[in-house]
Write a protein that binds this ligand. Structure first.
Ligand code: DP6
Length: 340
């Protein structure tokens, strides 16, 4: 906890106990989108400061994400924070509430400060649609609002990263890149917006199963790092893929972007499967959908997929393929990240 508190101190420029609370501002608010990694983050080189073994890039989804409010409350029964999720007050022992309270420990200043956090997701929690990413980004924005830090994007991203790695990328609309960083203090590992607008770019969400995932990303990637021999090859390939994807975004080379994103996702899943105990997020329907994507490509429909720590597929395609995608996947939800 001390290391994280020191990190927060460096980022916000003062110790948490010197947080100013403006009397007129009793509630802080923040909202952030979910993001889907095109080049994945899988594995930490530092589990305390949440530093990744490789950089990653993502795209944010408009209209899907988290809205959070935070306020300071006076003493509660049992001296615990109040955390509610989607309208339900959680038990202090619930994993979600515990993780949020642990994160808030870095901002408390003194142990008497308690927070009330009210958070609403417009995506199923922990179903592989990166709700922790939008969740910690929204929480950091709400804290920034409450304490009136007025932090810049870089600092907000550093703080969000401490809550959940992928949250560092959820502060921006459109494409974003999370720099791996090399420093041990973690101050150079943050995400930035990529300015490219790509109005034809579409994402299709194929929901296979929205139940809570069996192994969290945090636990899953740690097990992979510790027990998977194939993982040795991952950081290098991941950073190469990241570079290829960044170039493809800049050149708007959709084929290269799609191929690299799909290959990168499958490589990550290969390391998961080769972990012990094995981590297999796929359901039979996930594999069926992959085959359908490959079949479509053979028929000349340019569509690729990516998957995170869950059974759902995210399809990547350009607007011209929209009719073909709708026809092939009846329940697909299509999003156009660059059309407002
Ligand atoms: C597969 O960011 O959820 O979605 O840092 O431990 O909170 P923690 O992990 P998290 O991991 C996301 C993993 C991923 C790939 C990605 O989003 O890059």
């Amino acid at each position: 906890k001390q290391l994280q508190q020191q990190f927060v101190h460096q980022v916000i420029g003062h110790k948490p106990e010197h947080n100013r609370l403006n009397a007129s501002k009793s509630v802080g608010k923040g909202s952030a989108p979910v993001n889907i990694a095109l080049s994945k983050y899988w594995g930490k080189r530092d589990t305390i400061l949440n530093l990744p073994t490789n950089g990653s890039a993502s795209i944010s989804l408009p209209g899907l994400g988290t809205e959070t409010q935070v306020k300071i409350i006076s003493a509660t029964k049992n001296h615990q924070d109040k955390v509610s999720l989607n309208g339900e007050l959680l038990e202090a022992e619930a994993p979600f509430a515990k993780r949020v309270s642990n994160f808030l420990n870095y901002f408390r200043g003194n142990s008497h400060t308690l927070f009330e956090v009210t958070t609403c997701n417009s995506v199923p929690t922990a179903a592989g649609l990166a709700s922790s990413a939008s969740g910690y980004a929204a929480l950091v924005l709400a804290l920034d609002d409450l304490f009136e830090w007025n932090l810049a994007d870089k600092e907000l991203s550093l703080l969000a990263r401490l809550g959940s790695g992928s949250a560092s990328r959820s502060l921006f609309p459109g494409f974003s890149v999370w720099h791996q960083g090399t420093q041990t203090d973690g101050l150079d590992s943050y995400a930035e917006a990529i300015e490219t607008q790509w109005p034809e770019f579409c994402i299709g969400l194929l929901e296979i199963d929205v139940k809570q995932k069996p192994v969290s990303s945090t636990q899953g990637m740690q097990n992979t790092v510790e027990t998977c021999a194939l993982y040795q090859a991952w950081p290098e390939q991941a950073n190469r893929d990241l570079q290829t994807i960044l170039n493809a975004i800049e050149e708007k080379n959709f084929s290269t972007l799609g191929k690299t994103a799909e290959h990168n996702a499958l490589t990550m899943h290969a390391t998961m499967i080769a972990t012990w105990p094995p981590i297999v997020y796929w359901q039979p329907e996930s594999v069926e959908a992959m085959h359908k994507v490959w079949q479509l490509r053979e028929q000349g429909v340019e569509v690729y997929f990516t998957m995170d720590a869950g059974p759902n597929l995210k399809l990547l395609f350009l607007q011209t393929e929209k009719p073909a995608i709708k026809q092939a996947f009846k329940d697909v939800k299509i999003l156009e990240p660059f059309k407002h």
